[in-house]
Unconditional design. Structure first.
Length: 331
Protein backbone atom coordinates (compact mmCIF):
# COMPACT_ATOMS: atom_id res chain seq x y z
CA UNK A 1 0.00 0.00 0.00
CA UNK A 2 1.55 3.23 -1.12
CA UNK A 3 0.82 5.32 1.89
CA UNK A 4 4.08 7.22 1.84
CA UNK A 5 3.35 8.75 -1.56
CA UNK A 6 -0.09 9.93 -0.50
CA UNK A 7 1.27 11.30 2.73
CA UNK A 8 3.74 13.44 0.81
CA UNK A 9 0.98 14.73 -1.48
CA UNK A 10 -1.11 15.79 1.53
CA UNK A 11 1.81 17.54 3.12
CA UNK A 12 2.34 19.62 0.01
CA UNK A 13 -1.26 20.61 -0.57
CA UNK A 14 -2.31 21.32 3.01
CA UNK A 15 0.82 21.83 5.01
CA UNK A 16 -1.22 20.59 8.01
CA UNK A 17 0.05 17.87 10.31
CA UNK A 18 -3.45 16.66 11.29
CA UNK A 19 -4.39 15.88 7.71
CA UNK A 20 -1.11 14.06 7.18
CA UNK A 21 -1.81 11.71 10.08
CA UNK A 22 -5.42 11.07 9.05
CA UNK A 23 -4.40 10.12 5.53
CA UNK A 24 -1.56 7.90 6.73
CA UNK A 25 -3.58 6.00 9.32
CA UNK A 26 -6.87 5.39 7.53
CA UNK A 27 -7.88 3.97 4.20
CA UNK A 28 -11.24 3.58 2.52
CA UNK A 29 -12.46 0.09 1.60
CA UNK A 30 -12.20 -0.50 -2.15
CA UNK A 31 -15.64 -2.12 -2.28
CA UNK A 32 -18.07 0.67 -3.20
CA UNK A 33 -20.99 -1.10 -1.47
CA UNK A 34 -19.04 -1.27 1.80
CA UNK A 35 -17.12 2.03 1.68
CA UNK A 36 -15.99 1.75 5.35
CA UNK A 37 -13.03 3.80 6.51
CA UNK A 38 -10.45 1.40 7.91
CA UNK A 39 -7.51 1.80 10.24
CA UNK A 40 -4.36 0.80 8.36
CA UNK A 41 -3.20 -1.36 11.29
CA UNK A 42 -6.51 -3.24 11.10
CA UNK A 43 -6.08 -3.84 7.36
CA UNK A 44 -2.61 -5.26 7.97
CA UNK A 45 -3.85 -7.49 10.79
CA UNK A 46 -6.56 -8.89 8.49
CA UNK A 47 -4.08 -9.93 5.77
CA UNK A 48 -4.69 -6.68 3.85
CA UNK A 49 -8.44 -7.28 3.67
CA UNK A 50 -11.44 -5.25 4.85
CA UNK A 51 -12.68 -6.65 8.17
CA UNK A 52 -16.29 -5.75 7.30
CA UNK A 53 -16.73 -7.14 3.79
CA UNK A 54 -13.47 -9.09 3.17
CA UNK A 55 -12.51 -6.89 0.22
CA UNK A 56 -8.96 -7.87 -0.78
CA UNK A 57 -6.58 -4.93 -1.16
CA UNK A 58 -3.56 -5.32 -3.45
CA UNK A 59 -0.49 -6.30 -1.47
CA UNK A 60 3.05 -5.36 -2.37
CA UNK A 61 5.41 -8.22 -3.09
CA UNK A 62 7.53 -8.01 0.09
CA UNK A 63 4.44 -8.01 2.32
CA UNK A 64 3.09 -11.01 0.41
CA UNK A 65 6.31 -12.92 1.07
CA UNK A 66 6.06 -11.95 4.74
CA UNK A 67 2.47 -13.19 5.20
CA UNK A 68 2.91 -16.40 3.19
CA UNK A 69 6.30 -17.94 4.02
CA UNK A 70 7.79 -19.18 7.30
CA UNK A 71 9.49 -16.37 9.15
CA UNK A 72 13.16 -16.03 8.22
CA UNK A 73 13.01 -18.68 5.46
CA UNK A 74 13.03 -16.29 2.45
CA UNK A 75 16.23 -16.20 0.38
CA UNK A 76 15.92 -13.90 -2.63
CA UNK A 77 17.35 -15.06 -5.96
CA UNK A 78 18.31 -13.36 -9.22
CA UNK A 79 17.90 -9.85 -7.80
CA UNK A 80 20.97 -8.73 -9.75
CA UNK A 81 19.04 -8.67 -13.06
CA UNK A 82 18.14 -5.19 -14.25
CA UNK A 83 16.13 -4.03 -17.22
CA UNK A 84 17.65 -2.09 -20.11
CA UNK A 85 15.82 -0.18 -22.82
CA UNK A 86 16.81 -2.43 -25.74
CA UNK A 87 14.46 -0.79 -28.27
CA UNK A 88 14.98 2.86 -27.26
CA UNK A 89 11.20 3.04 -26.76
CA UNK A 90 9.45 6.40 -26.44
CA UNK A 91 5.71 7.17 -26.21
CA UNK A 92 4.28 9.99 -24.10
CA UNK A 93 7.27 9.23 -21.87
CA UNK A 94 10.40 7.18 -22.38
CA UNK A 95 10.74 3.60 -21.14
CA UNK A 96 13.66 4.63 -18.94
CA UNK A 97 11.43 7.20 -17.26
CA UNK A 98 8.69 4.57 -16.68
CA UNK A 99 11.32 2.26 -15.16
CA UNK A 100 12.52 4.98 -12.80
CA UNK A 101 8.95 5.69 -11.72
CA UNK A 102 8.27 1.97 -11.20
CA UNK A 103 11.38 1.63 -9.04
CA UNK A 104 10.46 4.67 -6.95
CA UNK A 105 6.85 3.53 -6.47
CA UNK A 106 7.54 -0.10 -5.59
CA UNK A 107 11.02 0.13 -4.08
CA UNK A 108 11.97 -2.87 -6.25
CA UNK A 109 14.31 -3.24 -9.24
CA UNK A 110 11.70 -5.10 -11.27
CA UNK A 111 8.07 -6.25 -11.18
CA UNK A 112 8.75 -9.70 -9.71
CA UNK A 113 10.50 -11.07 -6.63
CA UNK A 114 11.87 -14.62 -6.90
CA UNK A 115 13.39 -16.71 -4.18
CA UNK A 116 13.22 -19.83 -2.09
CA UNK A 117 11.50 -20.32 1.22
CA UNK A 118 9.41 -22.68 3.29
CA UNK A 119 5.78 -23.05 4.22
CA UNK A 120 5.34 -24.94 7.48
CA UNK A 121 8.81 -26.35 6.93
CA UNK A 122 8.20 -27.50 3.35
CA UNK A 123 10.67 -26.03 0.85
CA UNK A 124 9.54 -24.34 -2.35
CA UNK A 125 10.51 -21.76 -4.93
CA UNK A 126 8.27 -18.72 -4.53
CA UNK A 127 7.72 -15.79 -6.92
CA UNK A 128 5.53 -12.74 -6.34
CA UNK A 129 4.62 -10.03 -8.85
CA UNK A 130 4.30 -6.39 -7.74
CA UNK A 131 1.61 -4.33 -9.50
CA UNK A 132 3.18 -1.04 -8.46
CA UNK A 133 6.02 -1.63 -10.91
CA UNK A 134 4.55 -0.64 -14.34
CA UNK A 135 1.42 -2.71 -13.64
CA UNK A 136 3.62 -5.80 -13.06
CA UNK A 137 3.88 -6.10 -16.84
CA UNK A 138 6.07 -8.92 -18.12
CA UNK A 139 9.27 -7.53 -19.63
CA UNK A 140 12.39 -9.55 -20.47
CA UNK A 141 13.74 -9.42 -16.92
CA UNK A 142 10.42 -10.49 -15.36
CA UNK A 143 10.28 -13.46 -17.77
CA UNK A 144 13.96 -14.29 -17.22
CA UNK A 145 13.66 -14.18 -13.43
CA UNK A 146 10.57 -16.40 -13.46
CA UNK A 147 12.14 -18.87 -15.93
CA UNK A 148 15.34 -19.05 -13.83
CA UNK A 149 13.31 -19.52 -10.65
CA UNK A 150 11.41 -22.44 -12.22
CA UNK A 151 14.71 -23.98 -13.42
CA UNK A 152 16.10 -23.52 -9.90
CA UNK A 153 13.07 -25.47 -8.64
CA UNK A 154 13.67 -28.23 -11.20
CA UNK A 155 17.36 -28.51 -10.23
CA UNK A 156 16.54 -28.69 -6.51
CA UNK A 157 13.55 -30.99 -6.93
CA UNK A 158 11.28 -28.40 -5.32
CA UNK A 159 7.74 -27.28 -6.13
CA UNK A 160 7.12 -23.77 -7.46
CA UNK A 161 4.39 -21.32 -6.46
CA UNK A 162 3.83 -17.99 -8.21
CA UNK A 163 1.57 -15.19 -7.00
CA UNK A 164 0.42 -13.66 -10.29
CA UNK A 165 -0.76 -10.11 -10.73
CA UNK A 166 -0.14 -8.38 -14.02
CA UNK A 167 -1.58 -6.25 -16.78
CA UNK A 168 0.14 -8.57 -19.30
CA UNK A 169 3.09 -8.18 -21.64
CA UNK A 170 5.19 -4.99 -21.40
CA UNK A 171 4.44 -2.98 -24.53
CA UNK A 172 7.66 -0.96 -24.18
CA UNK A 173 9.61 -4.14 -25.00
CA UNK A 174 7.51 -5.15 -28.00
CA UNK A 175 8.11 -8.70 -29.29
CA UNK A 176 10.86 -9.28 -26.70
CA UNK A 177 8.13 -9.18 -24.09
CA UNK A 178 5.99 -11.73 -25.95
CA UNK A 179 8.96 -14.15 -26.06
CA UNK A 180 8.74 -14.42 -22.26
CA UNK A 181 5.48 -16.37 -22.61
CA UNK A 182 7.30 -19.11 -24.54
CA UNK A 183 10.37 -19.04 -22.28
CA UNK A 184 8.47 -19.42 -19.00
CA UNK A 185 6.21 -22.11 -20.53
CA UNK A 186 9.23 -24.13 -21.71
CA UNK A 187 10.82 -23.95 -18.25
CA UNK A 188 7.54 -25.16 -16.75
CA UNK A 189 7.39 -28.10 -19.15
CA UNK A 190 10.81 -29.31 -17.88
CA UNK A 191 9.69 -28.76 -14.28
CA UNK A 192 6.57 -30.82 -15.00
CA UNK A 193 8.59 -33.62 -16.63
CA UNK A 194 10.59 -33.87 -13.41
CA UNK A 195 7.29 -34.70 -11.66
CA UNK A 196 7.24 -31.58 -9.50
CA UNK A 197 4.23 -29.59 -8.33
CA UNK A 198 3.43 -26.13 -9.64
CA UNK A 199 0.86 -23.78 -8.08
CA UNK A 200 -0.37 -20.32 -9.02
CA UNK A 201 -2.28 -17.81 -6.97
CA UNK A 202 -4.12 -15.39 -9.25
CA UNK A 203 -4.61 -12.05 -7.55
CA UNK A 204 -6.23 -8.88 -8.84
CA UNK A 205 -5.66 -8.38 -11.78
CA UNK A 206 -4.16 -11.28 -13.76
CA UNK A 207 -4.53 -10.50 -17.44
CA UNK A 208 -3.27 -10.94 -21.01
CA UNK A 209 0.24 -12.38 -21.59
CA UNK A 210 0.61 -13.60 -18.01
CA UNK A 211 -2.77 -15.35 -17.89
CA UNK A 212 -2.01 -16.80 -21.34
CA UNK A 213 1.26 -18.34 -20.15
CA UNK A 214 2.53 -19.37 -16.70
CA UNK A 215 -0.55 -18.27 -14.70
CA UNK A 216 -2.81 -20.93 -16.21
CA UNK A 217 -0.25 -23.73 -16.60
CA UNK A 218 -0.27 -24.74 -12.94
CA UNK A 219 -1.30 -28.10 -11.47
CA UNK A 220 -3.54 -26.20 -9.05
CA UNK A 221 -4.79 -22.71 -9.86
CA UNK A 222 -6.00 -20.69 -6.88
CA UNK A 223 -7.92 -17.43 -7.32
CA UNK A 224 -8.21 -14.70 -4.70
CA UNK A 225 -11.79 -13.59 -3.92
CA UNK A 226 -13.06 -10.94 -6.33
CA UNK A 227 -9.84 -10.86 -8.40
CA UNK A 228 -10.17 -9.82 -12.04
CA UNK A 229 -8.75 -12.64 -14.17
CA UNK A 230 -8.90 -12.87 -17.93
CA UNK A 231 -7.15 -12.18 -21.19
CA UNK A 232 -8.65 -9.01 -22.67
CA UNK A 233 -10.56 -6.43 -20.64
CA UNK A 234 -14.35 -6.84 -20.49
CA UNK A 235 -15.07 -3.54 -22.25
CA UNK A 236 -12.95 -4.43 -25.28
CA UNK A 237 -14.67 -7.83 -25.53
CA UNK A 238 -18.11 -6.21 -25.36
CA UNK A 239 -17.19 -3.73 -28.06
CA UNK A 240 -15.76 -6.45 -30.32
CA UNK A 241 -18.45 -9.12 -30.07
CA UNK A 242 -21.26 -6.61 -29.41
CA UNK A 243 -22.83 -8.75 -26.69
CA UNK A 244 -23.53 -7.72 -23.12
CA UNK A 245 -21.35 -9.80 -20.78
CA UNK A 246 -22.86 -11.58 -17.76
CA UNK A 247 -22.67 -10.21 -14.22
CA UNK A 248 -19.38 -10.98 -12.47
CA UNK A 249 -17.60 -11.84 -15.74
CA UNK A 250 -13.81 -12.31 -15.32
CA UNK A 251 -13.89 -12.66 -11.53
CA UNK A 252 -12.37 -15.59 -9.62
CA UNK A 253 -15.83 -16.81 -8.60
CA UNK A 254 -17.08 -16.73 -12.22
CA UNK A 255 -14.03 -18.66 -13.42
CA UNK A 256 -14.44 -21.25 -10.67
CA UNK A 257 -18.08 -21.78 -11.65
CA UNK A 258 -17.03 -22.56 -15.24
CA UNK A 259 -14.08 -24.78 -14.29
CA UNK A 260 -11.27 -22.43 -15.33
CA UNK A 261 -9.63 -22.37 -11.91
CA UNK A 262 -9.54 -24.94 -9.09
CA UNK A 263 -10.42 -22.98 -5.99
CA UNK A 264 -11.08 -19.53 -4.57
CA UNK A 265 -9.22 -19.08 -1.31
CA UNK A 266 -9.46 -16.05 1.02
CA UNK A 267 -6.04 -14.59 1.74
CA UNK A 268 -6.14 -15.53 5.42
CA UNK A 269 -6.42 -19.20 4.39
CA UNK A 270 -3.80 -19.10 1.64
CA UNK A 271 -0.81 -20.20 3.71
CA UNK A 272 -2.53 -23.29 5.22
CA UNK A 273 -3.97 -24.14 1.78
CA UNK A 274 -0.56 -23.97 0.12
CA UNK A 275 0.89 -26.04 2.95
CA UNK A 276 -1.75 -28.71 2.37
CA UNK A 277 -1.16 -28.71 -1.40
CA UNK A 278 2.60 -29.07 -0.89
CA UNK A 279 1.85 -31.89 1.55
CA UNK A 280 -0.31 -33.76 -0.98
CA UNK A 281 2.49 -33.60 -3.53
CA UNK A 282 4.98 -35.00 -0.99
CA UNK A 283 2.60 -37.84 -0.19
CA UNK A 284 2.20 -36.49 3.31
CA UNK A 285 -1.51 -37.34 3.40
CA UNK A 286 -1.30 -40.77 1.72
CA UNK A 287 -3.74 -43.54 2.69
CA UNK A 288 -0.88 -45.94 3.38
CA UNK A 289 0.56 -44.34 6.47
CA UNK A 290 0.89 -41.43 8.85
CA UNK A 291 1.88 -37.97 7.70
CA UNK A 292 5.54 -37.65 6.81
CA UNK A 293 7.04 -34.91 8.98
CA UNK A 294 8.27 -31.78 7.21
CA UNK A 295 12.04 -31.84 6.66
CA UNK A 296 14.23 -29.91 9.10
CA UNK A 297 15.30 -26.43 8.06
CA UNK A 298 18.84 -27.54 7.23
CA UNK A 299 17.75 -30.77 5.52
CA UNK A 300 18.97 -31.44 1.97
CA UNK A 301 16.41 -30.83 -0.82
CA UNK A 302 13.78 -33.50 -1.41
CA UNK A 303 14.84 -35.79 -4.26
CA UNK A 304 12.07 -36.64 -6.73
CA UNK A 305 11.26 -40.35 -6.55
CA UNK A 306 12.93 -42.26 -9.44
CA UNK A 307 10.46 -43.62 -12.00
CA UNK A 308 11.75 -47.23 -11.61
CA UNK A 309 10.99 -47.29 -7.89
CA UNK A 310 7.47 -46.00 -8.53
CA UNK A 311 6.92 -48.81 -11.05
CA UNK A 312 8.18 -51.44 -8.58
CA UNK A 313 5.78 -50.17 -5.94
CA UNK A 314 2.90 -50.33 -8.41
CA UNK A 315 3.72 -53.94 -9.24
CA UNK A 316 4.37 -55.08 -5.65
CA UNK A 317 0.75 -55.80 -4.57
CA UNK A 318 0.08 -57.78 -7.77
CA UNK A 319 3.26 -59.86 -7.31
CA UNK A 320 2.27 -60.63 -3.70
CA UNK A 321 -1.22 -61.71 -4.81
CA UNK A 322 0.28 -64.08 -7.42
CA UNK A 323 2.54 -65.60 -4.76
CA UNK A 324 -0.40 -66.29 -2.39
CA UNK A 325 -2.39 -67.83 -5.25
CA UNK A 326 0.55 -70.14 -6.09
CA UNK A 327 0.84 -71.22 -2.43
CA UNK A 328 -2.89 -72.02 -2.32
CA UNK A 329 -2.64 -74.11 -5.49
CA UNK A 330 0.33 -76.15 -4.19
CA UNK A 331 -1.24 -76.70 -0.76
ZN1 LIG B 1 -15.21 -3.30 3.06
Amino acid sequence: MALTGRRAAREESNGGRRNVQTEAQFRKCGNAECGQTLFVGDIERHFYCCKHCDFHFRVNARKRVEITLDEGSWVELFDNLETVDALGFKAHKSYLQSLDEGRAKSGEKEAVLCGEGRIEGQPLVFCVMDFQFIGASMGSVVGEKIARAIEHGTAKGWPVAIVCCSGGARMQEGALSLMQMAKTSAALQRHNEAGLGYYTILSDPTLAGVSASFAFLADVIVGEPGAMIGFTGARVIEQTIKVRLPEGFQTSEFLLKYGQIDMVVPRKDLRPTLSRLLGYARGAYGRSGPRRPAPALDAPPLEPEPAVKKEERRRAPRAAARKTARKKRTA
